[in-house]
Design a protein around this ligand. Structure first.
Ligand code: R1P
Length: 272
């Protein structure tokens, strides 16, 4: 079965559970999944029910699709995502993005927990992603290109839709929420970075560092979808002053930031 057929089967399965159409896809990062609990008139589909979907293996990632209404918009939320380091290929990791597109989604809101490399940031800050650096060592578009899904050589000059960044900034101001802006450096993980690696990534222009998002955004842009990215800075990853870190800490800080995050995302959804 080729990629088009796999997408079609997953799409048909999800379509069989709902007669609604969906405009916005939400990918919820570590510790941020509870936003899906706010979805109204919801239909929940476990990843292991959907043909060809991987399953979530990381703590803080519930592993289900939640479809319904959030802030007046029809959304498909991924309560938990897949990561390259789980052993999935980048094609597998990004498969749900392609299924979202097949279901009619035109805008994807990608969220994550990440370390802050910009010394002006603090743990608990939210950062609007303006660009990324792919340091995963791979790319989800490697392999045969299906013209139906997008071009062989997709443009990445505006990977994160500038108009959406502006909308998010305006909404944040209206809500009185302070947001940072910056470049997300995406690595494969699962090991956190060494001090020397963090100094290198900071010098390359990264403001935040994480192990997701980049493959999803590449596939979303390949498919011509608009993208907004929001990072929750869960720890400070400053090379010269790096402190030991655990995933429990990451989830804990993301959980603490969740009320502001949920408020901001719902405010943005109303405006897009
Ligand atoms: C590390 O603590 C985990 O948290 C982040 C990293 O990418 C990694 O998976 O998760 P999300 O990017 O899925 O939010």
């Amino acid at each position: 079965m080729n990629m088009i057929q796999l997408i079609q089967e997953a799409k048909e399965f999800i379509s069989s559970k709902t007669n609604q159409t969906y405009q916005i896809g939400l990918i919820l990062g570590s510790g941020l999944g509870d936003l899906a609990d706010k979805v109204e008139n919801k239909i929940t589909i476990k990843y292991d029910e959907v043909p060809h979907f991987p399953v979530s293996t990381v703590e803080g990632h519930a592993g289900q699709l939640v479809l319904g209404t959030l802030a007046g918009k029809q959304v498909i939320a991924m309560q938990g995502r897949f990561h390259f380091y789980e052993g999935y290929s980048q094609q597998d990791v990004t498969f749900p993005v392609r299924v979202m597109k097949a279901l009619g989604v035109e805008t994807v809101l990608v969220t994550n927990a990440a370390g802050g490399m910009n010394a002006d940031f603090h743990a608990g800050d939210l950062m609007l992603i303006t660009d990324h650096i792919n340091m995963t060592g791979s790319n989800p578009l490697i392999g045969p290109n299906f013209a139906e899904l997008g071009p062989r050589f997709p443009d990445m000059s505006t990977a994160y839709t500038p108009e959406l960044v502006q909308v998010a900034k305006r909404v944040a101001t209206d809500l009185g929420v302070t947001v940072q802006q910056g470049v997300y450096a995406g690595i494969s993980g699962p090991a956190y970075m060494t001090p020397a690696e963090l100094i290198m990534l900071r010098n390359m222009g990264g403001d935040a560092i994480g192990m997701s998002t980049v493959p999803e955004v590449i596939v979303a842009r390949h498919a011509g979808m608009k993208v907004l990215g929001i990072t929750c800075i869960t720890d400070m990853a400053i090379g010269e002053a790096l402190e030991p870190l655990t995933h429990e800490q990451v989830v804990e800080v993301a959980n603490r930031t969740k009320p502001i995050f949920m408020n901001l995302v719902q405010g943005i959804l109303k405006e897009v």
